[in-house]
Write a protein that binds this ligand. Structure first.
Ligand code: NFE
Ligand code: MG
Length: 570
Protein backbone atom coordinates (compact mmCIF):
# COMPACT_ATOMS: atom_id res chain seq x y z
CA UNK A 1 0.00 0.00 0.00
CA UNK A 2 1.29 3.43 -0.80
CA UNK A 3 2.35 5.67 2.04
CA UNK A 4 2.64 9.45 2.40
CA UNK A 5 5.72 10.97 4.02
CA UNK A 6 5.42 14.58 5.13
CA UNK A 7 8.50 16.63 6.04
CA UNK A 8 7.37 20.00 7.39
CA UNK A 9 9.29 22.12 7.87
CA UNK A 10 12.51 21.19 6.11
CA UNK A 11 14.95 22.74 8.55
CA UNK A 12 18.39 24.32 8.06
CA UNK A 13 17.05 26.42 5.19
CA UNK A 14 15.84 30.00 4.90
CA UNK A 15 12.04 30.13 5.22
CA UNK A 16 9.45 27.37 5.39
CA UNK A 17 9.20 24.50 2.96
CA UNK A 18 6.96 21.45 3.19
CA UNK A 19 7.54 18.26 1.24
CA UNK A 20 5.00 15.50 0.76
CA UNK A 21 5.97 12.34 -1.09
CA UNK A 22 4.14 9.12 -1.84
CA UNK A 23 6.21 5.96 -1.54
CA UNK A 24 5.28 2.48 -2.74
CA UNK A 25 5.74 -0.84 -0.90
CA UNK A 26 9.45 -0.86 -1.76
CA UNK A 27 10.03 2.58 -0.26
CA UNK A 28 10.37 4.17 -3.73
CA UNK A 29 9.02 7.70 -4.22
CA UNK A 30 6.30 7.67 -6.91
CA UNK A 31 4.97 11.22 -6.53
CA UNK A 32 6.24 14.39 -4.86
CA UNK A 33 4.89 17.80 -3.90
CA UNK A 34 6.94 20.68 -2.53
CA UNK A 35 5.23 23.80 -1.30
CA UNK A 36 5.99 26.98 0.56
CA UNK A 37 3.70 27.71 3.48
CA UNK A 38 4.32 31.48 3.71
CA UNK A 39 3.80 34.66 1.71
CA UNK A 40 4.69 38.33 2.22
CA UNK A 41 4.25 40.24 -1.00
CA UNK A 42 7.29 42.48 -1.54
CA UNK A 43 6.24 42.92 -5.17
CA UNK A 44 2.96 44.43 -3.99
CA UNK A 45 4.80 46.77 -1.60
CA UNK A 46 6.86 48.12 -4.54
CA UNK A 47 3.79 49.39 -6.41
CA UNK A 48 3.32 53.13 -6.47
CA UNK A 49 6.75 53.88 -4.99
CA UNK A 50 9.61 55.97 -6.31
CA UNK A 51 11.74 53.49 -8.27
CA UNK A 52 14.88 54.82 -6.58
CA UNK A 53 13.59 53.58 -3.20
CA UNK A 54 12.58 50.12 -4.36
CA UNK A 55 16.01 48.41 -4.51
CA UNK A 56 16.50 48.99 -0.77
CA UNK A 57 13.06 47.51 -0.10
CA UNK A 58 13.75 44.60 -2.46
CA UNK A 59 16.74 43.43 -0.45
CA UNK A 60 14.29 42.77 2.41
CA UNK A 61 12.98 39.86 0.32
CA UNK A 62 15.59 37.76 2.02
CA UNK A 63 17.98 37.60 4.97
CA UNK A 64 20.63 35.70 3.02
CA UNK A 65 21.10 37.02 -0.51
CA UNK A 66 20.04 40.52 0.48
CA UNK A 67 22.69 42.02 -1.78
CA UNK A 68 21.38 40.01 -4.77
CA UNK A 69 18.00 41.70 -4.63
CA UNK A 70 19.52 45.11 -3.86
CA UNK A 71 21.74 44.87 -6.91
CA UNK A 72 19.00 43.31 -9.07
CA UNK A 73 16.54 46.04 -8.12
CA UNK A 74 19.11 48.77 -8.77
CA UNK A 75 20.08 47.41 -12.18
CA UNK A 76 16.43 46.82 -13.19
CA UNK A 77 15.73 50.54 -12.62
CA UNK A 78 18.97 51.53 -14.38
CA UNK A 79 18.00 49.35 -17.32
CA UNK A 80 14.54 50.94 -17.46
CA UNK A 81 15.93 54.48 -17.34
CA UNK A 82 18.72 53.75 -19.83
CA UNK A 83 21.52 54.39 -17.31
CA UNK A 84 24.96 52.81 -17.70
CA UNK A 85 26.73 52.88 -14.33
CA UNK A 86 30.44 53.77 -14.39
CA UNK A 87 33.04 51.00 -14.46
CA UNK A 88 34.13 51.77 -10.87
CA UNK A 89 30.58 51.11 -9.67
CA UNK A 90 30.20 47.90 -11.67
CA UNK A 91 33.52 46.53 -10.39
CA UNK A 92 32.63 47.44 -6.81
CA UNK A 93 29.33 45.59 -7.22
CA UNK A 94 31.32 42.58 -8.45
CA UNK A 95 33.50 42.70 -5.34
CA UNK A 96 30.36 42.75 -3.21
CA UNK A 97 29.00 39.78 -5.16
CA UNK A 98 32.27 37.95 -4.44
CA UNK A 99 31.72 38.62 -0.73
CA UNK A 100 28.17 37.29 -0.97
CA UNK A 101 29.05 34.05 -2.78
CA UNK A 102 32.16 33.42 -0.67
CA UNK A 103 29.95 33.77 2.41
CA UNK A 104 26.89 31.95 1.17
CA UNK A 105 28.38 28.83 -0.41
CA UNK A 106 30.61 27.69 2.47
CA UNK A 107 27.82 28.43 4.97
CA UNK A 108 25.45 26.37 2.86
CA UNK A 109 27.77 23.40 2.73
CA UNK A 110 28.88 23.39 6.37
CA UNK A 111 26.03 24.90 8.38
CA UNK A 112 23.04 23.91 6.23
CA UNK A 113 23.94 20.73 4.33
CA UNK A 114 26.95 19.01 5.90
CA UNK A 115 24.98 17.06 8.47
CA UNK A 116 23.28 15.27 5.57
CA UNK A 117 26.70 13.73 4.88
CA UNK A 118 28.53 14.02 8.20
CA UNK A 119 27.67 11.93 11.24
CA UNK A 120 28.70 14.04 14.24
CA UNK A 121 28.25 11.22 16.74
CA UNK A 122 30.64 9.05 14.74
CA UNK A 123 33.23 11.88 14.73
CA UNK A 124 33.49 11.59 18.50
CA UNK A 125 34.92 8.07 18.22
CA UNK A 126 37.55 9.03 15.61
CA UNK A 127 41.29 8.67 16.21
CA UNK A 128 42.63 12.25 15.80
CA UNK A 129 46.05 11.01 14.65
CA UNK A 130 44.51 8.85 11.93
CA UNK A 131 42.27 11.77 10.95
CA UNK A 132 45.32 14.03 10.69
CA UNK A 133 46.87 11.60 8.17
CA UNK A 134 43.57 11.09 6.36
CA UNK A 135 43.26 14.83 5.65
CA UNK A 136 46.41 14.71 3.48
CA UNK A 137 44.59 12.42 1.03
CA UNK A 138 42.43 15.34 -0.12
CA UNK A 139 44.83 18.29 -0.12
CA UNK A 140 48.53 18.95 0.31
CA UNK A 141 47.78 21.59 2.95
CA UNK A 142 44.95 20.41 5.24
CA UNK A 143 43.01 23.12 7.08
CA UNK A 144 42.59 22.86 10.87
CA UNK A 145 43.40 19.13 10.87
CA UNK A 146 46.38 18.74 13.21
CA UNK A 147 45.79 15.95 15.75
CA UNK A 148 45.82 18.34 18.72
CA UNK A 149 43.35 20.64 17.04
CA UNK A 150 41.08 17.70 16.22
CA UNK A 151 41.22 16.50 19.84
CA UNK A 152 40.03 19.97 20.84
CA UNK A 153 37.17 19.73 18.35
CA UNK A 154 36.08 16.42 19.86
CA UNK A 155 36.24 17.91 23.36
CA UNK A 156 34.08 20.87 22.30
CA UNK A 157 31.35 18.65 20.89
CA UNK A 158 31.60 16.17 23.75
CA UNK A 159 30.82 19.03 26.12
CA UNK A 160 27.43 19.32 24.39
CA UNK A 161 26.83 15.57 24.63
CA UNK A 162 27.70 15.59 28.34
CA UNK A 163 25.04 18.25 28.86
CA UNK A 164 22.51 15.84 27.40
CA UNK A 165 22.03 17.39 23.99
CA UNK A 166 23.95 17.99 20.77
CA UNK A 167 23.38 21.75 20.68
CA UNK A 168 23.66 23.01 17.11
CA UNK A 169 24.15 19.43 15.94
CA UNK A 170 20.85 18.15 17.31
CA UNK A 171 17.97 16.79 15.21
CA UNK A 172 19.92 14.94 12.55
CA UNK A 173 19.53 11.27 11.67
CA UNK A 174 22.85 10.06 13.05
CA UNK A 175 23.58 6.40 12.47
CA UNK A 176 21.47 6.39 9.28
CA UNK A 177 22.39 3.63 6.81
CA UNK A 178 23.21 6.13 4.03
CA UNK A 179 26.00 7.91 5.93
CA UNK A 180 29.33 6.89 4.39
CA UNK A 181 32.18 8.81 6.03
CA UNK A 182 34.53 6.99 8.40
CA UNK A 183 34.78 8.43 11.94
CA UNK A 184 38.04 10.15 10.92
CA UNK A 185 36.45 11.73 7.83
CA UNK A 186 33.52 12.87 9.95
CA UNK A 187 35.97 14.51 12.37
CA UNK A 188 37.75 16.39 9.55
CA UNK A 189 34.44 17.78 8.29
CA UNK A 190 33.33 18.63 11.82
CA UNK A 191 36.50 20.65 12.35
CA UNK A 192 35.74 22.58 9.17
CA UNK A 193 32.12 23.11 10.26
CA UNK A 194 33.43 24.95 13.32
CA UNK A 195 36.06 26.87 11.32
CA UNK A 196 33.39 27.99 8.88
CA UNK A 197 31.57 29.77 11.71
CA UNK A 198 34.64 32.01 12.00
CA UNK A 199 35.18 32.31 8.25
CA UNK A 200 31.62 33.47 7.62
CA UNK A 201 32.32 36.44 9.90
CA UNK A 202 35.33 37.37 7.75
CA UNK A 203 33.25 37.09 4.58
CA UNK A 204 30.60 39.35 6.12
CA UNK A 205 33.34 41.88 6.87
CA UNK A 206 34.39 41.71 3.20
CA UNK A 207 30.92 42.86 2.22
CA UNK A 208 30.95 45.57 4.87
CA UNK A 209 34.15 47.15 3.46
CA UNK A 210 32.07 48.52 0.58
CA UNK A 211 28.51 47.98 1.86
CA UNK A 212 28.88 49.34 5.43
CA UNK A 213 27.18 46.26 6.84
CA UNK A 214 26.10 42.72 6.09
CA UNK A 215 23.37 41.57 5.75
CA UNK A 216 21.51 44.39 3.99
CA UNK A 217 24.42 46.52 2.76
CA UNK A 218 23.68 50.17 2.03
CA UNK A 219 25.98 51.54 -0.65
CA UNK A 220 24.21 50.98 -3.97
CA UNK A 221 22.15 53.69 -5.60
CA UNK A 222 20.47 53.92 -8.96
CA UNK A 223 23.31 55.11 -11.20
CA UNK A 224 26.24 53.70 -9.23
CA UNK A 225 27.57 53.33 -5.69
CA UNK A 226 27.96 55.67 -2.72
CA UNK A 227 31.03 54.13 -1.04
CA UNK A 228 33.34 56.67 -2.68
CA UNK A 229 35.66 57.11 0.30
CA UNK A 230 36.24 53.34 0.52
CA UNK A 231 36.93 52.90 -3.18
CA UNK A 232 39.45 55.74 -3.18
CA UNK A 233 41.22 54.59 -0.01
CA UNK A 234 44.00 52.04 -0.64
CA UNK A 235 43.82 50.92 3.01
CA UNK A 236 40.18 49.88 2.53
CA UNK A 237 41.05 48.04 -0.70
CA UNK A 238 43.87 46.32 1.16
CA UNK A 239 41.51 45.32 3.96
CA UNK A 240 39.13 43.77 1.43
CA UNK A 241 42.01 41.90 -0.21
CA UNK A 242 43.28 40.43 3.08
CA UNK A 243 39.84 39.21 4.05
CA UNK A 244 39.24 37.84 0.54
CA UNK A 245 42.47 35.85 0.76
CA UNK A 246 41.57 34.44 4.17
CA UNK A 247 38.22 33.17 2.91
CA UNK A 248 39.73 31.95 -0.38
CA UNK A 249 42.27 29.92 1.63
CA UNK A 250 39.43 28.19 3.48
CA UNK A 251 37.60 27.48 0.22
CA UNK A 252 40.70 25.93 -1.35
CA UNK A 253 42.04 23.93 1.58
CA UNK A 254 38.86 22.95 3.46
CA UNK A 255 35.77 23.27 1.20
CA UNK A 256 37.46 21.85 -1.94
CA UNK A 257 39.13 19.05 0.04
CA UNK A 258 35.92 18.06 1.81
CA UNK A 259 34.03 17.81 -1.48
CA UNK A 260 36.76 15.55 -2.88
CA UNK A 261 36.39 13.45 0.28
CA UNK A 262 32.58 13.39 -0.16
CA UNK A 263 32.88 12.69 -3.89
CA UNK A 264 34.86 9.55 -3.11
CA UNK A 265 32.89 8.38 -0.07
CA UNK A 266 29.46 8.93 -1.66
CA UNK A 267 30.40 7.83 -5.20
CA UNK A 268 28.21 4.72 -4.89
CA UNK A 269 25.37 6.09 -2.75
CA UNK A 270 22.26 5.72 -4.94
CA UNK A 271 20.30 8.47 -3.18
CA UNK A 272 22.67 11.18 -4.45
CA UNK A 273 23.31 9.89 -7.99
CA UNK A 274 21.40 9.81 -11.30
CA UNK A 275 18.87 12.37 -10.13
CA UNK A 276 19.46 15.68 -11.84
CA UNK A 277 15.82 16.75 -11.42
CA UNK A 278 14.82 19.08 -14.25
CA UNK A 279 17.50 18.73 -16.94
CA UNK A 280 16.78 22.11 -18.57
CA UNK A 281 19.61 24.20 -17.14
CA UNK A 282 19.68 28.00 -17.19
CA UNK A 283 22.41 30.36 -16.06
CA UNK A 284 23.20 34.02 -16.71
CA UNK A 285 26.36 36.10 -17.15
CA UNK A 286 27.76 37.53 -13.90
CA UNK A 287 30.98 38.73 -12.22
CA UNK A 288 32.32 41.47 -14.48
CA UNK A 289 36.01 41.55 -13.53
CA UNK A 290 37.33 44.09 -16.05
CA UNK A 291 36.04 46.37 -18.80
CA UNK A 292 34.91 43.46 -20.97
CA UNK A 293 35.38 40.25 -19.07
CA UNK A 294 33.02 38.13 -16.97
CA UNK A 295 33.80 35.01 -14.90
CA UNK A 296 30.59 33.24 -15.94
CA UNK A 297 28.68 33.33 -19.22
CA UNK A 298 24.98 32.90 -20.02
CA UNK A 299 23.25 29.95 -21.62
CA UNK A 300 20.51 27.34 -21.56
CA UNK A 301 20.92 23.59 -21.99
CA UNK A 302 17.72 21.67 -22.73
CA UNK A 303 17.21 18.00 -21.81
CA UNK A 304 20.75 17.66 -20.46
CA UNK A 305 22.21 17.94 -23.97
CA UNK A 306 25.64 19.44 -23.29
CA UNK A 307 26.45 19.60 -26.99
CA UNK A 308 24.07 22.56 -27.49
CA UNK A 309 24.05 25.75 -25.42
CA UNK A 310 21.18 28.06 -26.39
CA UNK A 311 20.82 31.80 -25.90
CA UNK A 312 18.05 33.09 -23.65
CA UNK A 313 14.95 34.49 -25.36
CA UNK A 314 13.53 36.75 -22.61
CA UNK A 315 10.08 36.78 -24.17
CA UNK A 316 9.68 33.05 -23.42
CA UNK A 317 9.84 33.42 -19.62
CA UNK A 318 6.51 33.18 -17.75
CA UNK A 319 5.12 32.47 -14.28
CA UNK A 320 1.81 30.69 -13.73
CA UNK A 321 -0.21 29.78 -10.66
CA UNK A 322 -2.42 26.76 -11.38
CA UNK A 323 -1.14 25.13 -8.17
CA UNK A 324 -0.08 28.30 -6.34
CA UNK A 325 -2.20 30.38 -3.98
CA UNK A 326 -2.77 33.31 -6.35
CA UNK A 327 -5.88 34.48 -8.18
CA UNK A 328 -4.74 34.53 -11.77
CA UNK A 329 -3.68 31.06 -12.94
CA UNK A 330 -2.53 32.20 -16.39
CA UNK A 331 1.08 32.07 -17.60
CA UNK A 332 2.18 35.72 -17.61
CA UNK A 333 5.44 37.32 -18.70
CA UNK A 334 7.12 38.97 -15.68
CA UNK A 335 6.58 42.49 -17.08
CA UNK A 336 2.86 41.74 -16.71
CA UNK A 337 3.03 39.43 -13.69
CA UNK A 338 0.43 39.43 -10.90
CA UNK A 339 0.45 38.18 -7.31
CA UNK A 340 -2.99 38.72 -5.83
CA UNK A 341 -3.27 36.10 -3.08
CA UNK A 342 -5.91 33.37 -3.11
CA UNK A 343 -5.24 31.06 -0.17
CA UNK A 344 -7.33 27.90 -0.39
CA UNK A 345 -5.66 26.05 2.47
CA UNK A 346 -4.94 22.39 3.06
CA UNK A 347 -7.19 19.36 2.58
CA UNK A 348 -8.56 17.26 5.46
CA UNK A 349 -7.66 13.60 5.32
CA UNK A 350 -8.08 10.68 7.69
CA UNK A 351 -4.78 8.86 8.05
CA UNK A 352 -3.20 6.32 10.35
CA UNK A 353 -0.30 7.75 12.32
CA UNK A 354 2.92 6.04 13.34
CA UNK A 355 1.18 4.78 16.50
CA UNK A 356 -1.50 3.07 14.39
CA UNK A 357 -4.28 5.53 15.36
CA UNK A 358 -6.74 7.05 12.87
CA UNK A 359 -6.23 10.81 12.99
CA UNK A 360 -7.44 13.91 11.14
CA UNK A 361 -4.58 15.35 9.14
CA UNK A 362 -4.11 18.37 6.93
CA UNK A 363 -2.38 17.53 3.66
CA UNK A 364 -1.61 19.38 0.43
CA UNK A 365 -4.59 19.82 -1.86
CA UNK A 366 -2.57 18.35 -4.69
CA UNK A 367 -5.35 18.64 -7.25
CA UNK A 368 -5.81 22.29 -6.36
CA UNK A 369 -3.37 24.88 -4.99
CA UNK A 370 -0.63 23.85 -2.57
CA UNK A 371 2.13 26.45 -2.48
CA UNK A 372 2.87 30.16 -2.29
CA UNK A 373 5.57 29.55 -4.90
CA UNK A 374 4.57 30.22 -8.52
CA UNK A 375 5.59 28.03 -11.45
CA UNK A 376 8.11 29.83 -13.70
CA UNK A 377 8.43 28.30 -17.14
CA UNK A 378 10.60 28.90 -20.23
CA UNK A 379 8.81 28.25 -23.49
CA UNK A 380 6.37 26.30 -21.32
CA UNK A 381 9.10 24.12 -19.79
CA UNK A 382 10.50 24.06 -16.24
CA UNK A 383 14.10 25.09 -15.62
CA UNK A 384 16.74 24.18 -13.08
CA UNK A 385 19.00 27.05 -11.98
CA UNK A 386 21.89 27.29 -9.54
CA UNK A 387 25.53 26.30 -9.34
CA UNK A 388 24.89 23.00 -11.15
CA UNK A 389 23.35 24.83 -14.13
CA UNK A 390 26.02 27.54 -14.01
CA UNK A 391 28.97 25.15 -13.92
CA UNK A 392 27.55 22.71 -16.48
CA UNK A 393 26.60 25.45 -18.98
CA UNK A 394 29.97 27.16 -18.57
CA UNK A 395 31.80 23.84 -18.85
CA UNK A 396 29.89 23.06 -22.04
CA UNK A 397 30.88 26.49 -23.39
CA UNK A 398 34.55 25.83 -22.61
CA UNK A 399 34.81 28.65 -20.03
CA UNK A 400 38.53 29.02 -19.20
CA UNK A 401 37.90 29.65 -15.50
CA UNK A 402 35.51 26.74 -15.04
CA UNK A 403 36.87 23.89 -17.20
CA UNK A 404 40.19 23.35 -15.36
CA UNK A 405 38.51 23.30 -11.93
CA UNK A 406 35.88 20.78 -13.04
CA UNK A 407 38.54 18.60 -14.70
CA UNK A 408 40.73 18.69 -11.60
CA UNK A 409 37.79 17.82 -9.35
CA UNK A 410 36.82 14.87 -11.56
CA UNK A 411 40.44 13.68 -11.62
CA UNK A 412 40.80 14.06 -7.83
CA UNK A 413 37.58 12.13 -7.13
CA UNK A 414 37.70 9.67 -10.01
CA UNK A 415 34.08 10.61 -10.83
CA UNK A 416 32.86 10.69 -14.46
CA UNK A 417 31.49 13.96 -15.91
CA UNK A 418 27.99 12.44 -15.86
CA UNK A 419 28.12 12.38 -12.04
CA UNK A 420 27.83 16.16 -12.09
CA UNK A 421 24.17 15.82 -13.07
CA UNK A 422 23.07 14.67 -9.63
CA UNK A 423 22.56 15.71 -6.01
CA UNK A 424 26.24 15.07 -5.31
CA UNK A 425 27.11 17.05 -8.44
CA UNK A 426 24.95 19.97 -7.35
CA UNK A 427 26.75 20.12 -4.01
CA UNK A 428 30.14 19.83 -5.74
CA UNK A 429 29.25 22.49 -8.33
CA UNK A 430 28.44 24.97 -5.56
CA UNK A 431 31.96 24.43 -4.21
CA UNK A 432 33.44 24.68 -7.72
CA UNK A 433 31.60 27.96 -8.28
CA UNK A 434 32.95 29.29 -4.96
CA UNK A 435 36.47 28.20 -5.94
CA UNK A 436 36.29 29.87 -9.37
CA UNK A 437 35.29 33.11 -7.61
CA UNK A 438 37.93 32.68 -4.90
CA UNK A 439 40.62 32.02 -7.52
CA UNK A 440 39.69 34.90 -9.86
CA UNK A 441 37.54 37.48 -8.07
CA UNK A 442 40.48 39.72 -7.17
CA UNK A 443 40.81 40.55 -10.87
CA UNK A 444 37.95 42.98 -10.23
CA UNK A 445 39.95 44.64 -7.44
CA UNK A 446 42.97 45.01 -9.74
CA UNK A 447 40.79 46.44 -12.51
CA UNK A 448 39.26 48.89 -10.04
CA UNK A 449 42.67 50.04 -8.78
CA UNK A 450 43.97 50.37 -12.36
CA UNK A 451 40.95 52.36 -13.44
CA UNK A 452 41.26 54.76 -10.52
CA UNK A 453 45.01 55.09 -11.17
CA UNK A 454 44.24 56.04 -14.76
CA UNK A 455 42.33 59.05 -13.40
CA UNK A 456 38.71 57.81 -13.62
CA UNK A 457 37.18 58.38 -10.18
CA UNK A 458 33.52 58.49 -11.26
CA UNK A 459 31.26 56.35 -9.06
CA UNK A 460 27.75 57.26 -10.23
CA UNK A 461 26.05 58.30 -13.48
CA UNK A 462 23.74 61.31 -13.71
CA UNK A 463 20.15 60.75 -14.85
CA UNK A 464 16.65 62.19 -14.78
CA UNK A 465 13.26 60.51 -14.48
CA UNK A 466 10.72 62.01 -16.86
CA UNK A 467 7.29 61.70 -15.21
CA UNK A 468 5.58 61.93 -18.56
CA UNK A 469 7.41 58.90 -19.92
CA UNK A 470 6.74 55.19 -19.42
CA UNK A 471 9.73 52.93 -18.85
CA UNK A 472 10.33 49.23 -18.54
CA UNK A 473 13.51 47.43 -17.61
CA UNK A 474 14.96 44.36 -15.99
CA UNK A 475 17.98 42.79 -14.36
CA UNK A 476 18.92 39.24 -15.26
CA UNK A 477 21.91 37.74 -13.51
CA UNK A 478 23.35 34.95 -11.45
CA UNK A 479 23.13 34.91 -7.64
CA UNK A 480 24.13 32.15 -5.20
CA UNK A 481 21.06 29.97 -5.84
CA UNK A 482 20.99 30.62 -9.58
CA UNK A 483 19.47 32.86 -12.23
CA UNK A 484 17.62 35.82 -10.75
CA UNK A 485 15.61 38.43 -12.59
CA UNK A 486 13.72 41.56 -11.50
CA UNK A 487 11.31 43.26 -13.94
CA UNK A 488 9.73 46.66 -13.62
CA UNK A 489 7.38 49.05 -15.41
CA UNK A 490 7.57 52.69 -14.36
CA UNK A 491 4.74 55.17 -15.10
CA UNK A 492 4.11 58.71 -13.82
CA UNK A 493 7.49 58.53 -12.09
CA UNK A 494 6.46 55.61 -9.85
CA UNK A 495 6.56 51.81 -10.06
CA UNK A 496 3.53 50.45 -11.87
CA UNK A 497 4.56 46.82 -11.68
CA UNK A 498 7.48 44.93 -10.14
CA UNK A 499 8.16 41.22 -10.43
CA UNK A 500 11.02 39.15 -9.05
CA UNK A 501 11.57 35.73 -10.62
CA UNK A 502 13.86 34.10 -8.11
CA UNK A 503 16.12 31.02 -8.22
CA UNK A 504 14.31 29.17 -5.46
CA UNK A 505 10.99 29.92 -7.18
CA UNK A 506 12.32 28.26 -10.34
CA UNK A 507 13.68 25.20 -8.54
CA UNK A 508 10.87 24.80 -5.96
CA UNK A 509 8.13 25.37 -8.51
CA UNK A 510 4.94 23.39 -7.94
CA UNK A 511 3.43 21.47 -10.85
CA UNK A 512 2.12 23.56 -13.73
CA UNK A 513 -1.21 23.29 -15.56
CA UNK A 514 0.12 20.23 -17.44
CA UNK A 515 1.24 18.53 -14.23
CA UNK A 516 4.92 19.07 -15.06
CA UNK A 517 7.11 19.24 -11.95
CA UNK A 518 9.78 21.70 -10.92
CA UNK A 519 13.26 20.46 -10.05
CA UNK A 520 12.77 19.81 -6.30
CA UNK A 521 9.80 17.57 -7.03
CA UNK A 522 11.34 15.89 -10.08
CA UNK A 523 14.57 14.90 -8.32
CA UNK A 524 12.62 13.01 -5.64
CA UNK A 525 10.88 10.65 -8.07
CA UNK A 526 12.38 7.16 -7.94
CA UNK A 527 14.24 7.85 -4.69
CA UNK A 528 14.48 4.91 -2.32
CA UNK A 529 13.76 5.92 1.28
CA UNK A 530 15.43 3.39 3.58
CA UNK A 531 13.39 4.30 6.67
CA UNK A 532 10.21 6.40 6.27
CA UNK A 533 10.50 7.60 9.88
CA UNK A 534 14.00 9.01 9.17
CA UNK A 535 13.78 10.46 5.64
CA UNK A 536 17.38 11.68 5.43
CA UNK A 537 17.53 11.00 1.68
CA UNK A 538 14.68 13.45 0.99
CA UNK A 539 16.25 16.18 3.09
CA UNK A 540 19.71 15.62 1.58
CA UNK A 541 18.32 16.08 -1.92
CA UNK A 542 16.26 19.15 -1.16
CA UNK A 543 19.12 20.74 0.83
CA UNK A 544 21.43 20.34 -2.19
CA UNK A 545 19.51 23.19 -3.87
CA UNK A 546 20.12 25.45 -0.84
CA UNK A 547 16.42 26.35 -0.67
CA UNK A 548 15.55 29.91 0.18
CA UNK A 549 11.81 30.06 0.58
CA UNK A 550 11.83 33.65 1.82
CA UNK A 551 13.25 34.57 -1.59
CA UNK A 552 10.97 32.23 -3.49
CA UNK A 553 7.76 33.85 -2.26
CA UNK A 554 9.11 37.09 -0.82
CA UNK A 555 7.27 36.47 2.46
CA UNK A 556 7.11 36.50 6.23
CA UNK A 557 4.41 34.75 8.25
CA UNK A 558 2.43 36.99 10.58
CA UNK A 559 -0.24 34.45 11.43
CA UNK A 560 1.98 31.97 13.24
CA UNK A 561 2.27 28.84 11.16
CA UNK A 562 2.65 25.58 12.97
CA UNK A 563 6.35 24.68 13.19
CA UNK A 564 8.32 21.63 14.22
CA UNK A 565 5.58 19.37 13.00
CA UNK A 566 6.78 16.11 11.49
CA UNK A 567 4.31 13.38 10.66
CA UNK A 568 4.41 9.99 9.06
CA UNK A 569 1.02 8.70 8.03
CA UNK A 570 0.47 5.21 6.76
NI1 NFE B 1 17.03 34.19 -0.18
FE1 NFE B 1 18.25 34.08 -3.20
C1 NFE B 1 19.74 33.52 -3.83
C2 NFE B 1 17.83 35.14 -4.61
S1 NFE B 1 16.92 32.62 -3.63
S2 NFE B 1 18.68 33.49 -1.11
O1 NFE B 1 20.72 33.14 -4.10
O2 NFE B 1 17.60 35.79 -5.43
O3 NFE B 1 16.69 31.65 -4.57
MG1 MG C 1 8.02 36.81 -7.79
Amino acid sequence: MSQRIVVDPITRIEGHLRVEVIIDDNGIVTDAYTGSTLWRGLETIAKGRDPRDVPLLMQRICGVCTFSHYKAGTIAVENALGITPPLNATLTRTLMSCALFMHDHPVHFYQLHALDFVDIVSALSADPFKAQDEAFKYTDFPYACGADHLKGVQAKVKAFVDKGNLGPFANAYYGHSTYHFTPEQNLIALSHYLECLRIQRVAAQMMAVFGAKQPHPQSLCVGGVTCVMDILNPVRLGEYMTKFQEVADFINRAYYADLVMAGKAYANEPSVLNDVGVANLWTHQEFQVSKNEFLFESGIIMNGDLSKVLDLDESKLTEEATHAWYKNDKALHPYDGEQEPNYTGFKDEKTINAQGEMVDTKVFDTKGKYSWIKAPRYDGKPLQVGPLANIVVNYAKGNKYVVPVVDKFLADTGLPLSAVLSTLGRTACRMIEAKVIADNGLMALNSLAENIKSGDTTTAAKYKIDKNKEYKGRYIGHVPRGALSHWTRIKNGVVENWQAVVPSTLNASPKDKDGIMGSYEACLIGLKVADPTRPLEIIRKIHSYDPCIACAVHVMDTKGNKLGNYKVSI
